[in-house]
Design a protein around this ligand. Structure first.
Ligand code: DC
Length: 230
Protein backbone atom coordinates (compact mmCIF):
# COMPACT_ATOMS: atom_id res chain seq x y z
CA UNK A 1 0.00 0.00 0.00
CA UNK A 2 1.35 3.43 -0.95
CA UNK A 3 2.24 5.73 1.93
CA UNK A 4 3.26 9.35 2.17
CA UNK A 5 5.51 11.49 4.35
CA UNK A 6 3.80 14.06 6.57
CA UNK A 7 5.86 16.97 7.91
CA UNK A 8 4.42 18.94 10.82
CA UNK A 9 6.43 22.07 11.60
CA UNK A 10 5.75 25.13 13.70
CA UNK A 11 6.37 26.94 16.96
CA UNK A 12 6.56 25.11 20.29
CA UNK A 13 3.33 24.33 22.18
CA UNK A 14 1.02 24.74 19.17
CA UNK A 15 -0.14 21.14 19.51
CA UNK A 16 2.23 19.72 16.90
CA UNK A 17 3.30 16.57 18.70
CA UNK A 18 -0.08 15.66 20.19
CA UNK A 19 -1.72 16.10 16.79
CA UNK A 20 1.07 14.33 14.89
CA UNK A 21 0.99 11.38 17.29
CA UNK A 22 -2.77 10.90 16.91
CA UNK A 23 -2.67 11.32 13.14
CA UNK A 24 0.08 8.68 12.95
CA UNK A 25 -2.00 6.27 15.07
CA UNK A 26 -5.10 6.84 12.89
CA UNK A 27 -3.18 6.25 9.66
CA UNK A 28 -1.06 3.37 10.99
CA UNK A 29 2.09 5.46 10.33
CA UNK A 30 5.08 5.82 12.60
CA UNK A 31 5.55 9.01 14.57
CA UNK A 32 8.88 10.75 15.08
CA UNK A 33 9.27 13.63 17.53
CA UNK A 34 12.43 15.38 16.32
CA UNK A 35 12.26 17.92 19.16
CA UNK A 36 12.82 14.99 21.55
CA UNK A 37 16.04 14.20 19.69
CA UNK A 38 17.38 17.75 20.18
CA UNK A 39 16.26 17.61 23.81
CA UNK A 40 18.13 14.32 24.34
CA UNK A 41 21.31 15.83 22.85
CA UNK A 42 20.84 18.82 25.20
CA UNK A 43 20.54 16.49 28.19
CA UNK A 44 23.73 14.67 27.19
CA UNK A 45 25.63 17.97 26.70
CA UNK A 46 24.33 19.17 30.07
CA UNK A 47 25.35 15.99 31.89
CA UNK A 48 28.80 15.87 30.25
CA UNK A 49 29.48 19.61 30.59
CA UNK A 50 30.07 19.99 26.85
CA UNK A 51 31.22 23.49 25.89
CA UNK A 52 28.86 24.54 23.09
CA UNK A 53 31.46 26.72 21.41
CA UNK A 54 34.09 23.97 21.31
CA UNK A 55 33.67 22.14 17.98
CA UNK A 56 35.90 19.22 18.98
CA UNK A 57 33.99 18.61 22.21
CA UNK A 58 30.67 18.83 20.37
CA UNK A 59 31.81 16.40 17.65
CA UNK A 60 33.15 13.91 20.22
CA UNK A 61 29.93 14.10 22.22
CA UNK A 62 27.80 13.56 19.09
CA UNK A 63 29.82 10.41 18.32
CA UNK A 64 28.84 9.07 21.72
CA UNK A 65 25.12 9.76 21.44
CA UNK A 66 22.61 7.18 20.36
CA UNK A 67 18.94 8.11 20.33
CA UNK A 68 16.06 5.72 19.79
CA UNK A 69 12.32 5.69 20.30
CA UNK A 70 10.68 2.71 21.94
CA UNK A 71 7.03 2.03 22.56
CA UNK A 72 6.16 1.88 26.27
CA UNK A 73 4.81 -1.48 27.42
CA UNK A 74 2.53 0.31 29.93
CA UNK A 75 0.62 2.81 27.80
CA UNK A 76 1.94 2.37 24.26
CA UNK A 77 3.37 5.90 24.09
CA UNK A 78 6.65 6.52 22.29
CA UNK A 79 9.50 7.08 24.71
CA UNK A 80 12.91 8.58 24.06
CA UNK A 81 16.02 6.59 24.93
CA UNK A 82 19.46 8.16 25.17
CA UNK A 83 22.26 5.57 25.03
CA UNK A 84 19.83 2.88 26.18
CA UNK A 85 18.38 4.92 29.06
CA UNK A 86 14.77 6.11 29.20
CA UNK A 87 15.00 9.92 29.33
CA UNK A 88 11.42 10.71 28.29
CA UNK A 89 10.50 12.53 31.51
CA UNK A 90 13.83 14.26 32.04
CA UNK A 91 13.97 15.87 28.58
CA UNK A 92 10.56 17.53 29.10
CA UNK A 93 11.76 19.57 32.10
CA UNK A 94 12.14 23.35 31.92
CA UNK A 95 15.92 23.35 32.44
CA UNK A 96 16.23 21.38 29.18
CA UNK A 97 13.73 23.67 27.39
CA UNK A 98 15.88 26.59 28.52
CA UNK A 99 19.02 25.22 26.84
CA UNK A 100 17.68 23.31 23.83
CA UNK A 101 17.48 26.23 21.40
CA UNK A 102 21.18 27.02 21.83
CA UNK A 103 22.10 23.36 21.33
CA UNK A 104 19.84 22.90 18.31
CA UNK A 105 21.32 26.00 16.65
CA UNK A 106 24.73 24.27 16.37
CA UNK A 107 25.35 23.18 12.75
CA UNK A 108 27.08 19.87 13.67
CA UNK A 109 24.19 18.92 15.95
CA UNK A 110 21.67 19.61 13.18
CA UNK A 111 23.64 17.66 10.56
CA UNK A 112 23.83 14.61 12.85
CA UNK A 113 20.11 14.74 13.72
CA UNK A 114 18.92 15.39 10.16
CA UNK A 115 20.93 12.37 8.92
CA UNK A 116 19.24 10.15 11.54
CA UNK A 117 15.79 11.57 10.77
CA UNK A 118 16.18 10.89 7.04
CA UNK A 119 17.13 7.28 7.84
CA UNK A 120 14.14 6.90 10.17
CA UNK A 121 11.70 8.23 7.55
CA UNK A 122 13.14 6.84 4.35
CA UNK A 123 10.43 4.19 3.92
CA UNK A 124 7.66 6.83 4.14
CA UNK A 125 4.55 6.12 6.20
CA UNK A 126 5.81 8.59 8.77
CA UNK A 127 4.51 11.67 10.56
CA UNK A 128 7.49 13.74 11.69
CA UNK A 129 7.17 16.88 13.77
CA UNK A 130 9.76 19.59 14.26
CA UNK A 131 10.93 22.92 12.88
CA UNK A 132 12.69 22.08 9.61
CA UNK A 133 11.03 18.88 8.43
CA UNK A 134 9.25 20.41 5.42
CA UNK A 135 12.13 22.73 4.55
CA UNK A 136 15.26 20.64 5.15
CA UNK A 137 14.69 17.04 6.30
CA UNK A 138 11.99 16.07 3.79
CA UNK A 139 11.53 18.94 1.31
CA UNK A 140 9.66 16.45 -0.93
CA UNK A 141 7.12 15.46 1.74
CA UNK A 142 3.71 14.98 0.14
CA UNK A 143 2.00 16.87 2.97
CA UNK A 144 3.47 19.78 4.92
CA UNK A 145 1.67 21.43 7.80
CA UNK A 146 2.79 24.63 9.51
CA UNK A 147 1.16 25.12 12.92
CA UNK A 148 0.81 28.42 14.71
CA UNK A 149 -1.13 29.62 17.78
CA UNK A 150 -1.46 32.72 19.92
CA UNK A 151 1.61 32.93 22.25
CA UNK A 152 -0.51 33.33 25.43
CA UNK A 153 -2.57 30.26 24.52
CA UNK A 154 0.66 28.38 23.85
CA UNK A 155 2.02 29.37 27.29
CA UNK A 156 -1.20 28.23 28.99
CA UNK A 157 -1.04 24.87 27.23
CA UNK A 158 2.61 24.46 28.19
CA UNK A 159 1.81 25.25 31.84
CA UNK A 160 -0.92 22.60 31.94
CA UNK A 161 1.47 20.08 30.38
CA UNK A 162 4.22 20.87 32.92
CA UNK A 163 1.73 20.80 35.82
CA UNK A 164 0.56 17.37 34.75
CA UNK A 165 4.18 16.22 34.97
CA UNK A 166 4.45 17.67 38.48
CA UNK A 167 6.54 20.66 37.35
CA UNK A 168 4.92 23.77 38.90
CA UNK A 169 6.21 26.69 36.86
CA UNK A 170 5.15 30.32 36.87
CA UNK A 171 3.35 31.46 33.68
CA UNK A 172 5.75 34.41 33.32
CA UNK A 173 8.71 32.04 33.22
CA UNK A 174 7.00 29.97 30.52
CA UNK A 175 6.18 33.04 28.41
CA UNK A 176 9.84 34.11 28.68
CA UNK A 177 10.99 30.65 27.59
CA UNK A 178 8.58 30.59 24.63
CA UNK A 179 9.67 34.07 23.49
CA UNK A 180 13.34 33.20 23.79
CA UNK A 181 12.94 29.92 21.90
CA UNK A 182 10.87 31.54 19.13
CA UNK A 183 13.55 34.16 18.66
CA UNK A 184 16.46 31.71 18.54
CA UNK A 185 14.56 29.15 16.42
CA UNK A 186 13.55 31.70 13.78
CA UNK A 187 16.77 33.68 13.59
CA UNK A 188 19.46 30.98 13.81
CA UNK A 189 21.78 30.66 10.80
CA UNK A 190 21.39 26.93 10.31
CA UNK A 191 17.91 25.91 9.01
CA UNK A 192 15.82 28.45 10.91
CA UNK A 193 12.16 27.78 11.61
CA UNK A 194 10.17 29.01 8.64
CA UNK A 195 7.10 27.92 6.73
CA UNK A 196 7.88 25.96 3.56
CA UNK A 197 6.33 27.64 0.50
CA UNK A 198 4.07 24.64 -0.10
CA UNK A 199 3.07 24.10 3.57
CA UNK A 200 -0.50 24.50 4.75
CA UNK A 201 -1.04 26.88 7.68
CA UNK A 202 -3.13 25.71 10.61
CA UNK A 203 -3.77 28.17 13.45
CA UNK A 204 -4.69 25.98 16.41
CA UNK A 205 -5.51 28.81 18.87
CA UNK A 206 -9.22 28.04 18.95
CA UNK A 207 -9.26 24.46 17.71
CA UNK A 208 -9.78 21.35 19.79
CA UNK A 209 -7.31 18.49 19.49
CA UNK A 210 -9.95 16.38 17.71
CA UNK A 211 -10.51 19.13 15.15
CA UNK A 212 -6.77 19.40 14.50
CA UNK A 213 -6.43 15.65 14.04
CA UNK A 214 -9.47 15.53 11.75
CA UNK A 215 -8.16 18.36 9.61
CA UNK A 216 -4.70 16.81 9.16
CA UNK A 217 -6.22 13.39 8.38
CA UNK A 218 -8.42 14.92 5.66
CA UNK A 219 -5.39 16.70 4.18
CA UNK A 220 -3.40 13.45 4.39
CA UNK A 221 -6.15 11.61 2.48
CA UNK A 222 -6.05 14.24 -0.25
CA UNK A 223 -2.23 14.18 -0.41
CA UNK A 224 -2.25 10.38 -0.63
CA UNK A 225 -4.80 10.39 -3.48
CA UNK A 226 -2.68 12.96 -5.30
CA UNK A 227 0.47 10.85 -4.81
CA UNK A 228 -1.33 7.75 -6.15
CA UNK A 229 -2.52 9.63 -9.25
CA UNK A 230 1.04 10.79 -10.06
O1 DC B 1 9.31 20.49 19.67
P1 DC B 1 10.11 20.78 20.96
O2 DC B 1 9.62 21.99 21.69
O3 DC B 1 10.23 19.58 21.83
O4 DC B 1 11.58 21.12 20.42
C1 DC B 1 12.61 21.47 21.29
C2 DC B 1 13.60 22.41 20.60
O5 DC B 1 14.31 21.71 19.59
C3 DC B 1 13.00 23.65 19.94
O6 DC B 1 13.16 24.79 20.75
C4 DC B 1 13.75 23.81 18.67
C5 DC B 1 14.50 22.53 18.46
N1 DC B 1 14.10 21.78 17.27
C6 DC B 1 14.73 22.08 16.10
O7 DC B 1 15.56 22.99 16.05
N2 DC B 1 14.47 21.36 14.98
C7 DC B 1 13.56 20.37 15.01
N3 DC B 1 13.32 19.66 13.89
C8 DC B 1 12.87 20.07 16.21
C9 DC B 1 13.15 20.82 17.33
Amino acid sequence: MQKITIAVDGYSSCGKSTTAKKVAARLGYSYIDTGAMYRAVTLYFHQHLVTLTNEKEVAKALDNIQIEFRRSLNDGRNETFLNGLNVEDEIRKLYIANQVSEVSAIAEVRHAMVAQQRKMGKKKGVVMDGRDIGTVVFPDAELKIFMTADPIIRANRRQIELNERGDLVDIEEIIENIKKRDLIDTTRKESPLRKADDAIDIDTSYMTLDEQVEMVCILADEALSKAIRK
